[in-house]
Design a protein around this ligand. Structure first.
Ligand code: FAD
Ligand code: NAD
Length: 468
């Protein structure tokens, strides 16, 4: 039986990063993945393919609606070739997962293709697709098995018309009317893809606003943008049934007053969150404990109740984000190597890749109020920037929240062009515990979208934004 210093189960952004870092630190490392390709949800059916389709559909929308105002005339009609669009997405995925195979070889990581399950606390059985199996032993084991889509108990997912994000990434036709249950990240990103491609889209959200965990100012602005694009948004609606009759899907929901509504479409995307995935792991054989939500329980060192077994990423508590999983991958590798790494979970940014993009880090206004912290607000609209006018990306704003007494930046909330990239400045500033004045005194290249961050910081410092 082959013996390893570390065996990692699951090759998503948590698992593969943990593997690379373990190898960098000189450990003999095994990575076990049940699918044929590496990369987990993120690379295969998550972050990467969804961004590929967001980009393609954005180009289409620009050609259809915005080229004219830039003085670009399209001679003939602009048409979508969905099959080609989906094929390009798959090429992007294939290149990215192949890149991971290269990285595993480069770092001398032994990859096992097969389902990993605990035989005992130090032995893992890998069951391969050809029916054979192999045991391996490891001094340390990392569970990085990720998550799967959640469903509502009364909905039968047929994966043809009542679908999850996985099917929505490879549809064979553009829906006429896509109903989206859940106005969170997946619902809005994929809802925007199909809205741009010409589908009518109706988002049904249980809470009183879309992206309900983000700052309410961001929800409000994004709602405006979606409504402008004729996306129907039904908030404060509780879905009671989703049924399919041939090619028609019928959703029923009740509003706050108990009034029932019915929405008919040809596809229904269920995007009501994801749940940790531990099926097939045989955790009982190792005695590893999960909580009431199925998450593997870990301490501050990401150790389970069994000292040498760790767990990271979507399968443990916290935000279900690729970069959170990656940080935790590095964290466990360094912990196993005897180092003392640190993660500040408050500074893990959260991004929605719609256009305009939405990005945030730190505390929301709602959280600061709930925690009784006095704060100042500096807000600056994107439309006041020369860069925004040049590209005609006028929607959105930057909001900086700073401590009323010390001026320390406590939260930055951005909606606008390239917000996903702009948020990195806020993360750096907050990691170094910058004040709003610190940001406002740094030179920001002109003309850039980043100037809105400086202006919002100026507004938070002394209410002295320059360009408004
Ligand atoms: P996963 O990526 O889920 O990987 C777990 C791996 O473990 C899988 O490959 C699985 O096959 C394997 N596995 C499970 N059990 C076993 C077993 N017993 N034996 C062997 N292998 C096993 N996050 C972002 O930060 N940015 C985004 O833009 C973004 N977009 C997303 C879009 C969509 C449509 C979805 C669904 C998710 C998106 N996410 C995004 C979330 C992101 O994909 C996850 O947070 C991330 O993949 C979690 O990484 P992980 O390593 O914990 O698990
Ligand atoms: P989510 O938690 O972002 O959104 C789910 C939404 O569904 C919430 O707004 C919730 O209030 C709503 N909801 C729950 N039950 C409902 C019901 N019965 N009826 C109507 N609405 C209901 O989850 P998601 O969009 O499914 O995404 C899953 C995970 O994947 C998220 O945790 C997210 O972090 C991750 N993800 C991240 C990105 C990104 O970083 N850009 C993109 C996609 C997915």
């Amino acid at each position: 039986m082959t013996k390893f210093d570390v065996a990692i189960i699951g090759s998503g952004p948590g698992g593969y990063v943990a593997a690379i870092r373990c190898a960098q630190l000189g450990m003999k490392t095994a990575l076990i993945e049940k699918y044929n390709t590496l990369g987990g949800t993120c690379l295969n059916v998550g972050c990467i393919p969804s961004k590929a389709l967001l980009d393609s559909s954005h180009h289409y929308e620009d050609a259809l609606k915005h080229f004219g105002s830039h003085g670009i005339e399209v001679v003939g009609s602009v048409k979508v070739n969905l099959e080609k669009m989906i094929a390009r997405k798959q090429e992007v995925v294939d290149q990215t997962t192949a890149g991971l195979e290269f990285l595993m070889k480069k770092n001398d990581i032994t990859v096992y293709q097969g389902l990993g399950s605990f035989k005992d606390q130090k032995t893992i059985t890998v069951s391969k697709s050809d029916g054979s199996s192999e045991d391996l032993e490891a001094n340390n084991i990392v569970i990085a098995t990720g998550s799967k889509p959640n469903n509502l108990p009364f909905i039968q997912l047929d994966k043809e018309r009542i679908i999850t994000s996985t099917e929505a990434l490879k549809l064979k036709e553009i829906p006429k009317h896509m109903i989206v249950v859940g106005g969170g990240v997946i619902g809005l990103e994929l809802g925007q893809v199909y809205s741009r491609l010409g589908a009518e889209v109706t988002v049904v959200e249980y809470m009183d606003r879309i992206i309900p965990t983000m700052d309410s100012g961001l929800s409000k602005e994004l709602t405006k943008v979606f409504k402008k694009a004729k996306v129907n948004i039904l908030t404060s609606h509780q879905v009671t049934s989703v049924d399919r009759n041939k090619d028609v899907v019928v959703l029923k929901a009740t509003d706050k007053t108990g009034k029932e509504i019915e929405v008919k479409g040809d596809y229904c995307l269920i995007s009501v969150g994801r749940k940790p995935y531990t099926e097939g792991l045989n955790l009982a054989a190792a005695g590893v404990v999960t909580d009431e939500r199925g998450r593997v329980v870990v301490n501050d060192h990401l150790q389970t109740n069994v000292n040498h077994i760790y767990a990271i990423g979507d399968v443990v508590k916290g935000a279900m984000l690729a970069h959170k999983a990656e940080e935790e991958g590095t964290f466990v590798a360094e912990t196993i190597a005897g180092q003392r790494p640190h993660i500040d979970y408050n500074l893990i940014p959260n991004v929605v890749y719609t256009w305009p993009e939405v990005a945030a880090v730190g505390k929301t206004e709602e959280q600061l109020k709930a925690e009784g912290i006095s704060y100042k607000i500096g807000q600056f609209p994107m439309r006041a920037l020369g860069r925004s006018r040049a590209s005609m990306d006028l929607d959105g704003f930057v909001k900086v929240l700073a401590d009323a007494a010390t001026d320390e930046v406590l939260g930055v909330h951005i909606i606008g062009a390239r917000a996903a990239d702009l948020i990195a400045e806020a993360v750096v500033a907050m990691e170094y515990r910058a004040s709003a004045e610190d940001i406002s005194r740094m030179s920001h290249a002109h003309p850039t979208f980043a100037e809105a961050v400086k202006e919002a910081a100026l507004a938070a410092t002394e209410n002295r934004a320059l360009h408004i």
